[in-house]
Design a binder for this molecule. Structure first.
Ligand SMILES: Cc1ncc(COP(=O)(O)O)c(C=O)c1O
Length: 442
């Protein structure tokens, strides 16, 4: 390790850290200096097993040479080129590569820079589509309680996580929410998809009764991650799909975390057996080596918007960095790596062992539910009376000190390791976590 790979900051003040308890962090900082394969290394060169693929994003593991080299090569050839009224080859190549893996028909790809931008882009495309097909009254967007669609105004409006909204006053008008699908009384400690809960989708009928034909789209995560891992009940997404079709409503999947192998298939849509009309993605798209997001849109939606527009620009939307050359090169390399190493297949092959590990925590103190699907697990804890999040945060610190990175949300622990994980990593992960949960029993 050299000076550059392990910089030591001497002033922590300037960086206002996102989704961070800045005061607590800066009093006791934890620095990650480098990463390789399944692990991070701290600035004092301590290994920390990555139980979260960074932030659900380094699905192929860290420091993949194929991706790094593609970025380096691209940077030397073309650092940047606009994609407004111009193009460059690698952006087209990346879009075509994405479209090879999206559900049938979703083969038009709009590039963004993040999951948040993808969510807002998807919502705007849905509204533009309804208008283009003569249904301009369809201005309403339906999200779901506990949903997370990033932090843009569109995303927080359809999102259903209270703290992400309450500081920010007015949001998008014409938004409503479906109920979430969490039903611990019936489904606690389910393995994979819970058996009951398809009926939660029927709430869409009630929203149509209330709002009539003003609903443009419904957006859901196939598996709700950020709220603390809510796995879709068997038949739930099928029912939502059927109700959307019945009422002329578009179905959008936010696949920002379920894309790129996380559920054992390239996209979550394939695993749950039902496709949306529009799909967002980010994170694993480039293995997080360069920020990039995308929205895959059904061809009929693209054609409706484009063919009905007057000559000139058809969709007044886009980002300076849509299809950025470095990101596009990283995306092509990342997807090729997923194909070559069959990362979705690897995830599928090891998910049973991973699920066994997660459910082995069942009898530990304060564990009130465990959920798993693909290479995702949520372990829900009884919070300390009057001190929500305290138990989980302390377990996070214990794990980090013992060499394991986990993620917590409320009093729920979420695990989503890189898809290259092996059995000995899984043993270590759940062993370390079990020790930390026991140590915080009081
Ligand atoms: C389902 C989902 N949508 C959107 C986002 C936002 O992505 P970003 O942080 O890249 O804006 C996330 C991030 O975790 C996510 O999980």
């Amino acid at each position: 390790m050299n000076e550059i790979s392990a910089p030591r900051p001497n002033n922590l003040d300037a960086f206002w850290m996102p989704f961070t308890a800045n005061r607590a962090y800066k009093g006791a900082p934890r620095m990650l200096a480098r990463a390789e394969g399944m692990s991070y290394f701290t600035n004092d060169n301590r290994e920390v097993l990555d139980g979260t693929a960074g932030l659900w994003c380094c699905n192929a593991g860290h420091g993949r040479r194929e991706i790094t080299e593609a970025i380096q090569k691209q940077a030397a050839v073309l650092d940047f080129a606009p994609t407004f009224q111009l193009g460059h080859p690698v952006a087209f190549q990346a879009a075509a590569k994405v479209a090879e893996h999206t559900p049938e028909g979703l083969d038009r790809v709009f590039f963004t820079n993040s999951g948040s931008e993808s969510a807002d882009t998807a919502l705007k495309i849905a509204l533009a589509y309804q208008r283009a097909r003569g249904e301009a009254q369809r201005v309403r967007l339906i999200g779901r309680e506990r949903g997370y669609h990033g932090v843009g105004f569109g995303g927080i409006s359809v999102g259903g996580i209270g703290p992400n909204r309450k500081q920010f006053g007015a949001q998008l008008p014409y938004v409503d929410h479906l109920p979430h699908t969490h039903d611990p009384a019936r489904n606690a400690f389910s393995r994979g998809q819970p058996a009951t809960g398809a009926q939660f989708a029927d709430a869409l009928d009630n929203l149509v009764a209330l709002h009539g034909d003003t609903i443009a789209a419904v957006i859901v995560e196939p598996l709700a991650g950020s709220t603390g891992v809510l796995v879709p009940p068997v038949g739930y997404l099928q029912r939502l799909r059927a109700l959307c079709d019945k009422h002329g409503i578009l179905l959008i999947y936010d696949e920002v975390i379920t894309g790129f192998g996380r559920l054992g298939t390239f996209f979550g849509a394939e695993r749950v057996g039902v496709a949306p009309d529009i799909m967002t993605m980010a994170k694993g798209l480039t293995n997080a080596a360069v920020p990039m997001g995308a929205v895959a849109v059904h061809d009929r939606i693209y054609r409706q918007i484009v063919d009905s527009a007057p000559a000139g620009i058809e969709l007044f939307h886009g980002y300076t960095y849509s299809g950025h050359p470095l990101a596009a090169a990283a995306a092509v390399a990342s997807i090729e790596l997923h194909e070559r190493d069959d990362l979705p297949g690897r995830a599928r092959a090891i998910e049973g062992y991973f699920g066994d590990g997660a459910h082995s925590l069942k009898d530990l103190p304060n564990v009130i539910d465990i959920r798993d699907f693909g290479l995702v697990a949520g372990i829900e804890l009884q919070g300390r009376a009057g001190k929500p999040t305290d138990r989980a945060v302390r377990i996070f610190h214990r794990c980090f000190d013992a060499g394991l990175l986990i993620r917590t949300t409320g009093d729920i622990i979420a695990l989503s390791p890189p898809l290259i994980i092996e059995k000995h990593h899984i043993d270590r992960m759940f062993g370390t976590l079990a020790d930390a949960i026991r140590a915080e029993a009081a």
